[in-house]
Write a protein that binds this ligand. Sequence first.
Ligand code: ACM
Length: 639
Amino acid sequence: MQPSSYHLENTWSPEGGKHGRLTLTLFNFSDAPLENFRLAYTTLTRLVDPQACDNAVFVRRNANFHEFAPPAGLSIAPGGSWTFTVSALHRIARHCTDGAKSAYVTLEDGTHVTVFTSDLLLADRVSEPPPVLLPGGRLELPYAIQPWPAEIDAKPGEDFPVALYPAEGSDAASIKALAAAQALFRRLFPSNHIPFSLIAAPQGRALRFVERPALAREAYELSFSGDEIVLAFSAEAGRLYGLTTLAQLLDGARREPGKFRFPVSGVIADRPRYGWRGCHLDVSRQFTPKDDVLRLLDILAWLKLNIFHWHLTDDEAWRLEIRAYSQLTTTGVLRGPDEPLLPQLGNAAEPVGGFYSQDDVREIVAHAMALGIEVIPEIDVPGHSTATLVALPDLTDGQEAPDSYHSVQGFPNNALNPAIELTYEFLAKVFDEMVELFPSEYIHIGGDEVANGSWLASPLARKLMEQEGISGTFALQSYFLKRIKAMLTARGRKLAGWNEVAHGGGVDPEGTLLMAWEKPEVGIDLAREGYEVVMTPGQAYYLDMVQADAWQEPGASWAGTVPPAHTYAYEAEGDFPDELKHLMKGVQACIWQENFISRDYFNRLVFPRLPAIAEAAWTPKAQKDWLRFAAIVPLNPKL
Ligand code: ACM
């Protein structure tokens, strides 16, 4: 990367205005004076009052995008700087990542130049450094299995086999499964010695595959002895999980022989605690290239997770190719200084886009399926739809006052309008293409964070409410979602959504699964209403949340501070009454990517909390052990 000619420093002080004050200083390291320019930056710590800036002129704001001009006549000499303040913010800053995430200047001739942006520094207070989040850990049994199995009674050996190979007479399907496990391992750990061989290996150990119909689909049993290992299973999933456990055991023993061993005798009898063991990925705020999605799926498989919830659309971009509406992945993905969608969340002078073609989707779905993972696609409606509405302006009510409501993220008028028939025609075509691409039982339709007050300034929506005898945003949302549910039912699919789907009357709970994200108690309320529930509370399972209170720890904090130890210990079933527990289907990690502007950032926030959720999803409560987890988790692959 070229050194940048301009640098932006920013500090936050708790004093000086509503929710404190940001002070921004732009340095000019170019050879020419900087004048007649504008500065744009993106930040989650938004300005709420355009008047409340000093030594700058507010130009415009859209969600996290802010643009300012210097005072008339200002010229920044080479080596000089310009400082201004913004002092009415929509929330306080708590961490070094709450400041400008990106910036650019627009020069007099209209060209845009990216500005280097630094961490947000804390003024007038002690800036705490990040604490150590993961202890060294402690092992009672020297095995590198994660998630930890339900039952283990095995004696550690003094050494370990060079590789495991199929016992004579193994069936073709099992040999093929072994080959797939080899390939998964090689993708995850390109330089580690492979744990499996398809041919008998000197100093290896034979692996005998035994079908045992009494075992559950995802269960398996491993019996160890000096001459062979028996893997019992009833279905492909159990066979795959048994092989994964063997690969982990052998890889751990080889990598850290002083710490981990391979069993010489005894039994591992294993099965998951929950049927729904999910990981969500938001690819709208930041685009995750196909190869990274494939690798994430490999990591999920290694952790015995079985659901990939793919959040494909949001205000910031629509990422799924829909043949009937090519605008969605042209106009609806490109964010840039001169595009209809402005830079957000770490974007600067260069326009950024990215979407998944239908061929990409087929490849990803097939890859997941081979790893025992179901892909649940999400199209987030009716809220979170800025990108859709920018791409397809016919979906708006032309008579609706602009800026008549704002989402919690600051987007104006961002919800699909339930009173426009074209909305349903559009979604019908989208669903038609989705059911061809995704074999999943569920289609997730979002349903979250529709701002109270949405549509009330739309004459078409007002008319519909009158006709239907309903009033208010959430009653209208319920009307919309009932129609959406009928459309999915007609296509043989069940509806999944976020917990707000239940607002305003909700939808028929039969065949509906909702994700409780706002707080844990919501999950119990939903179950009481008859909905099936997956627990994804932000306070434990949102992996974008900061991991410590310290200022220098990166992350978002609106749902609180979520240390890995808390994510691990959190019991999603917690206060569920016994009679409702059958409706609690499992747990899910959520990777919201607003802040995820580099791979390094992704890995720092997602690990070790993703493996922590995987263990909470798989391992019986009585077997959970944070220190054992901490001792094993450094072996895990990252993106
Ligand atoms: C959500 O976090 N809006 C589901």
